[in-house]
Design a protein around this ligand. Structure first.
Ligand SMILES: [Zn+2]
Length: 194
């Protein structure tokens, strides 16, 4: 899988290609849209070509530009268990309005079950699944590409499993490994092999 990493302000933001445009995984911090557009430009990609967005979890450094992209026509793909969480981020920024955050709306959202996600991804040319991988937060999900790679957001690093000694994190990693992935793309830092 060809993965483009647009990293700025320490938060990784990835692009993979689908049949009809790009899928973006995470968006970076609020109020940084011009930086994201600049990076896209450097990669000869127009923001209008990003048809789908997946947010690994609704924390500010990952979901900050969700609505900026949706306003350009991007569809937000979510697992059912994430729906309650984008509102929490909206509420946080209502109380902290400094960051120029755009409220995430209910339009252009594609809400899927784990099971439906495989069929949906297949329909856009991607063999994989969206799975719930809690551990860092309850709304954390991963995009797993069969026999290839996983985008895991802020799930603690595989090599730290023993140090965390946390059954929720271990279960998430057990699930990810069922897809026989080799490369891990974390929300921060460099990709690594497992
Ligand atoms: Zn986080």
């Amino acid at each position: 899988m060809n993965v483009i990493n647009l990293t700025y302000k320490s938060a990784n933001c990835f692009l993979i290609s689908a049949d009809d445009g790009w899928v973006m995984i995470d968006t970076g911090w609020p109020d940084t849209f011009s930086q994201l557009l600049q990076l896209l430009n450097q990669n000869n990609i127009s923001a209008y070509e990003i048809n789908y967005l997946i947010i690994t979890h609704f924390h500010p450094g990952h979901a900050g530009l969700t609505q900026n992209l949706k306003d350009l026509g991007t569809n937000l793909i979510m697992l059912e268990n994430q729906v309650a969480f984008f509102n929490k981020l909206n509420l946080f920024y209502k109380k902290n309005p400094k960051a120029n955050f755009k409220d995430i709306t209910t339009s252009n959202n594609i809400i899927l079950s784990d099971y439906d996600s495989r069929n949906f991804l297949k329909s856009i040319g991607i063999d994989g699944e969206l799975i719930s991988t809690p551990g860092h937060s309850d709304d954390s999900i991963s995009l797993v590409i069969d026999e290839d790679c996983a985008f895991i957001g802020d799930l603690p690093t595989y090599s730290m499993l023993e140090a965390y000694d946390d059954i929720v994190i271990e279960d998430s990693w057990d699930l990810i490994q069922q897809y026989h992935v080799k490369t891990i793309y974390p929300g921060h830092g460099e990709p690594y092999e497992i």
